[in-house]
Ligand binder design. Sequence first.
Ligand code: PLP
Length: 390
Amino acid sequence: MHLSTRCIHGLGPSPDPTGAISTPIYQTATFAHPGVGQSTGFDYTRTANPTRSALERTMAALESGTHAVAFASGMAAIATLTELFRPGDHIVVGADVYGGTHRFFSQVSAKNGLDFTRATTDGEIDAAVKLGGPAGRGTAAVFIETPSNPTMRVLDIAAAAQSAHAAGALLIVDNTFLTPYFQRPLELGADIVVHSATKYLAGHNDTLAGVVVVADSGLAERIATLRCTIGGPLAPFDSWLCLRGLKTLAVRLERQAASADILAHWLRAHPGVGDVYYPGFEDHPGFAVSTRQASGHGAMIAFRVEDGAAAHRVLAAIELIQFAESLGGTESLLTYPITQTHADVPEPQRLALGIDEGLLRLSVGLEDPNDLIADLAAAIPSPAGAGAER
Ligand SMILES: Cc1ncc(COP(=O)(O)O)c(C=O)c1O
């Protein structure tokens, strides 16, 4: 079955006894037991809920996994994953992961004894991995995002899997930016895929959600038990919103990526714009890897204007595109990473990654690309003496 069909039908016909085409929302906290020691398969919604299970089955199918576990947010998913590890465990983490992930690792996980090494490139990841396996206090996990947030660096997932597995470590990939429609890390050797389903999967800027997908029943059991123990499962209504969003994932991503390609090229030709970070450019350093491991380059672009004052002017002047945090939804959003998504990354590290006052991140939505261009053309100042904006 093609992925776009799986987005709609999950693993097959509705298991609901009424034949409901849209999965019903089982808005219940608990379930009656038929008798002592008997269960319908559902006991308490923190453990399992039929609406959430339908989403989990669909996500497992889309990511080429066997099990998925859905959480109340992407951060709830990431935080729960860190409970797979013990104090003293070593984790190699991509240097430019989402700022909230960075904050969680540096302010919470580090306090709880996890030891992080940050790495920017495939080579740095390989060099940072300590052999010996978790039992011998080698590296326990490698955690990456690709393309990275916000500067769109591309990491080689298969190479990272090789580096991690040589040490007996797990490879965890945050696949939020490309989604299984464009990239399926488990097929490339990853052990765990994590999503902020708040973004493209739900897709309408209307709910928070997180999903973890694995292809190992033992790992799935551990993660589901951690979720049940810690709390933070996705609520039934939000599970339904995600299921509804997934039905249109393929068409949304095709259109958003096509518009992003148009906008990235337009931005690159604008005299008031400096570097444009978009992995769909043939001269992007990660283009070859991105083309090999993903079937599309996504709909996220970062670009640089002259300085902080110019960035502030753009954010004040956009009218159709909204100045807001988040990405992946129907509405195009412009984000200012330095004060929003990456505000908690220490300045020297932020600057080394190129996240400075002139950097803006654009999530291209479903509006007509010509309207988005008109909005940006009116908002981005051209340097004095430059020709009229296109
Ligand atoms: C790549 C990535 N991962 C994880 C998260 C955290 O997800 P959530 O906001 O759903 O908790 C975000 C949020 O922006 C993100 O961009």
